[in-house]
Ligand binder design. Sequence first.
Ligand code: COA
Ligand code: AMP
Length: 630
Amino acid sequence: MGYREIYAQWKADPEGFWMQEARAIDWVKPPSRALSGDRAPLYEWFADGLVNTCWNAVDRHVEAGRGNQLAIIHESPVTHLRKGITYRELQNRVASLAGALRAKGVEKGDRVIIYMPMIPEALEAMLACSRLGAIHSVVFGGFAANELAVRIDDCKPKAIIAASCGIEPSRIVHYKPLLDAAIDQASHKPDFCVIFQREQEVAKLIEGRDLAWHTFQYGVEPAECVPVEGNHPAYILYTSGTTGAPKGVVRPTGGHLVALNWTMKAIYDMNPGEVFWAASDVGWVVGHSYICYAPLIAGCTTIVFEGKPVGTPDAGTFWRVISENRVKSFFTAPTALRAIKREDPGGEFVKEYNLKHLKICYLAGERADPDTIAWAERHLKVPVIDHWWQTETGWAIAANPMGIEPLTVKPGSPSVPMPGYDIEVLDEGGHPVGPGTLGAIAVKLPLPPGNLPTLWNAEDRFRKSYLSHFPGYYETGDAGYIDEDGYLYIMARTDDVINVAGHRLSTGAMEEVLASHPDVAECAVIGVSDTLKGQSPLGFLCLNKGCDRPHADVVTECVRLMRERIGPVADFKRALVVDRLPKTRSGKILRGTMVKIADGGEWKMPATIDDPAVLDEIAAALKTVGLAGG
Ligand code: COA
Ligand code: AMP
């Protein structure tokens, strides 16, 4: 069957479609029905089934005779190490870690924060939680202590599992002091912390609170898999929204298993035993779905890569890893390819490696520009497939389903909706618009299995953020259009979220940080176009009346403050001091117009502007830093 038949089959009987796919999962008790809609517009999938994620990702493969197959390969150019872990080893390691957590009181439903770099132990920690039915929340290493503290207070973990350090090319990231500071700042205190000591830095443990990864497992009884209900949260992953408070996206266990397993063949064309590599980080949704869970659920080998696309040691690293590990499907962010292309425009490094096992390269996380796709196709000589998704969905909303039927690629489009997603483009009034017309992209409810059923402890926020603007739909926060052939085009966010190097960041959160500087009276943050990172944050600061401090000092302090409060991942390096911000007559800051001016594109004077002269002042300020055509 081709894509159109499969999509039509899903549309004719969504519940039947997903019940059929659910058979590929090992259930302790199969679900009696697929969808529960008693609380519509809130929905749940496979709610009354009993299942365990770790069993499906690890144990069942050992039982099926894959025990000696590599489950994880750690490729760490930053430590010059490389090692493999078989499914049997993974089962033993995860059962032991889960046993030790259980011995310290971690049970089904307890939350556990994981704060670790790209090492196999991060996946082991995630799987150990799944084994117990505990709910993990992984926090990306590039966030500051304050962001970790916010997450500790929101999900109230019983335990935190961390590593002593992470390794960035330019420095060691001292995780332990960040963890200690976060726990100090947070009102909630975990019962205990487990620290994985790395050779590069041995952290000082706090007696009575911190336990060492190995010694804490010594002599414990390994834990078996604990069955949980299909609607039990597998994990919480925080993502950026409009305000400073991150949204805790909840991932439901049953739908997560069923949907991810379906995607591995249908979208990524992967079979058990083959090698899959997503070059992302476990701190992001791509890392959850396609470094940890999906490849393992499908019985593939996954690669945990601790390095960068360039500089570790060179722009050929990706191609070496693909070649030496016989990677079949490879997934990265466009920004990573742009970084490689900038250093190796002629693709000389690609020629040094035998990439015969590579069949497809997938891109997501931000808009894939046609130039980058063309460059990658020219040098890798495989299809380069853009696909579109979000933390909230956990898997692709739109893609080119290579395992079903490779469709014609249209540069600039992530192709077509996947089964499960009935997509409409809506105007401001919530009416569907015709082909080629720009609007808000929305998904008709119910969302498919694996998508978020709610936000952690914030059902009202879930309803307000996603369901209330267009009743009957999930609002994606992306704007775009659908062409005559049903291909989607994702053009921009409709909210204050920006995308910097494939990382989703909130300008609202950044404004909260700037506003806390004692000399700042008013501020705005916008995302300006950046040839490498897609977007780059730029701050505008209006200083308090009477503040006569040198502007450069205030800017330096603001840059430092952002690094301390949000973290290096914010990549906030530039701010301009201005007298006034452009506003509408009702006082709304005209951020969209500021972005257009900064990018040097065409813009129209907003009819609602209070004082048009302010935009000239903004343009002049932007020109001083080479923006707005300056
Ligand atoms: N822990 C701690 N700090 C981190 C970090 C981590 N896991 N990841 C990034 N940082 C820090 C970096 O060290 C850097 O700090 P600096 O300001 O001191 O230099 C800052 O955060 C910004 O990092 P990054 O965005 O990686 O920028 P870069 O200039 O170092 O590298 C790219 C540019 C394009 C190579 C890099 O952004 C990249 O590989 N992007 C792909 C991201 C990706 O795969 N996303 C997938 C999401 S689906
Ligand atoms: P995240 O939740 O971090 O995965 O970020 C999701 C957001 O990234 C989406 O809402 C889009 O704005 C953007 N995004 C992800 N993939 C794509 C893509 N293929 N094309 C355009 N934008 C994308």
